[in-house]
Design a protein around this ligand. Sequence first.
Ligand code: ARG
Length: 850
Amino acid sequence: MAVLSSRSVDPMKYNTSTQMDEQNSHASAKPEDEQSVSNISVQIVNAEEKLAKRIFARKNHGKSKSKKKVKRTTIWNFQNKIVLFTLILFVIGVITWTLLWLFIVEAENKDALYFVGLFRVANIEFLPEYRQKESREFLSVAQNVQQVMNLVYTTSAFSKFYKQSIVSDVSNNNNGGLLVHFWIVFVVPQAKGQMFCEDCVAAILKDSIQTSIINRTSVGSLQGLAVDMDSIVLSAGLRSDYSSTTGTGTNCIYDLYADRLHQHFPLDITATSGRMICYFKLIALVGHLIRLSIVSIQIEADNCITDSLTIYDSLMPIKSKILYRICEPTNSLMSFVSTNNLMLITFTSMQIQKWKEIHGYFEVITQEKCGNTILTKERTGFEGRILSPYYPSYYPPKCICTWNFQTPQKSLGIALKFHNYTISEKSLKGCERGWWRINEHMYCGYYIDHQTVFHIANSVVNIELQCSSKLSEQPLLVEYGSYDISQPCPAGYFQCSSGLCIRQAQHCDGVNDCFDESDELFCVMYKVNCNVSFSLQRSSLACDGIHDCEDGRDEQNCTKSIPCNNHTFQCRDNVCIKKQNAKCDGTVDCLDGSDESNCSCGSGKISNIYHRIVGGSDAQEGEWPWQVSLHFVGVAYCGASVISREWLLSAAHCFQGNRLSDPRTWTAHLGMRAQGNAKFVTPVRRIIVHEYYNNRNYDYDIALLQLSVPWPDTMKHVIQPICIPSLSHKVHSGEKCWITGWGQRQEANDQGSIILQKAEVEIVDQTLCHSTYGLITARMLCAGVMSGKKDGCKGDSGGPLSCRSQSDGKWFLTGIVSWGYGCGRPNFPGVYTRVSKFASWIHRYVPLVL
Ligand code: ARG
């Protein structure tokens, strides 16, 4: 692989392509007068051709030598020659063997450990010469720092293992002084590798800094270097990054200096073959920030296993400085902002078989102060908006914004309408994705798929947002306005739990107008007694095949409401299409694809033998052909359901954590009744956890898994997909469904089951479940038996709640085992992910037609 070119658009303003090539080959040694950069276009081609040429050249060279004739002398008789030859052979053999032995012993027992980090040195001013790695100035400052580091680690507890420190970059930065990026290398016997934690290595450095309590500053002395304690960041690094960034591993490394505000500097990467790793170090004018915009990215979608684009808030690949990682192809614009005047972008591809392409640009932007003082109007209603820093970019992980609101009257409070976001009281656990302080109360923020309104019954409101996540976060938009404290929703309106106001008529009309279903909870009275408000509820209750009204009037005269006639088929979007074109003929005729959906799914054979997960009985061979057992590092850990040839549906909470979120740690066992006897086992290629999954309340507990190998046609008799219910698919309380899994058979016994267990459960009324648990969201549903006993338990998570459609006998994946209070306790039903809510999310990744 070789870097061939990088070109400029306007030779008047920017470097020419030859200049750029030269810079690149000198890995970042860029003279000061070549600071600006315009179009970075990297093309990666296969190096085989080049290599072949070189080898050919060498061979020829060798041949010409061999042609030279060697003079023969008489003392070189045949015998002497043999003796000498044997002697030479012997000596070579001994040397090789000794070297090999030494090498094997060394390599076998020792590991090199790499740590990468940075700190700010306050008492050295930046010199432009530092940008050239060969300059005297750079070498002298690097040596100085290296010596200090040598002293720190050779006098530490790790001295025996310390090998060296290398300063890889020295840059200016927005806090003054020098920002030094470095590597530390230890050579450690394998058994002792464990003790080298990131925190331990960082602690040695921090402990060596002498700070003065009197000065109350974070800057202390490290052997004469004024090091800012707060700036120290250190994490374990990769050998490949080490060798690349210290000058041996790759020639795809660029130092790009952006010295013009708001100008777009293109960043395009194209790779066609081979294996590659490229580093783009972006450095902006001091006192400014960098905004990177990714316009489109075509890479392999497999959780960053093959390809990844990583954006760092530093010049070296320091894990804890990652702003964002892109693992999926996308064509929608995303932008990210640094917290300093530097950024590193790395593009890694393990193997390039298909064309990979990244298009984007970066620009220098000024630092923004976020927050202000706002006096709201006397008129109630939303009147303005507050935004996350650098909106619409993802906002950086460190920020504090303060907004001070004042309403014109004591009777008016402040209403905040969060778009796709909600806040809820902070628990002891802390907030993963930023926190809010509103008039001394603390809240955590969560991303969701609808708006929420938060009312603060006070005329003076102080709001502080602290961005405290590890990564950059999605942009936030919040509308604000005054509201009448005595009447948060105007007359004739109903207030949802989410704070939204909806028209009174929408309350209990069977439609989820609040988005959180709070308008449809506790509506039992209305549903039973249709005399009172049948006209209101007509649309939602009528002609759905369920007798919602006591007198059954909702299901009378239903023929009229069917818009399509005998010769037509009704699509899900109510459009009629010709019957002969419809349903499972292999061509999509409905615009929404509904004529071809659910064509080859949901045909299971349920056994009539009723046996008795918790309170379950053994399932029959082939009875639940969509049931999957997910094994984490070889152990049965969660369940899943087959929904197509290569996709499974499971629960998001099964994949929380570094190792659990890595697809390479999982295998899927399909067509299995007894553990260990799967008809088809495949590794998992990709895990897609719902972006709004909330680990505090298990909201959006859903994940898609793509198999490395689709299950083959020959397995059809034992493996079958289950149907995905559409958004409009209703579940009715009392409906009987089945849960299946290899999870614990009792709450107290942590043994899983060998044979797949099944149990029949009942859909529990949402209102009743809400009154039991309190925190049931619109993405959840409850099922079980109120007397307890039959339930899912640990190990069943991600598995199916399968319900059979009365109309066509097909099985639908109504729920996914998610959580519950204990297992099988009376009055505490199991809680399941309501799959119908995710039909369009699923079809974003899984084609509708199987
Ligand atoms: N969270 C559990 C798991 O990881 C499943 C819990 C289901 N509990 C219940 N009572 N239904 O396996």
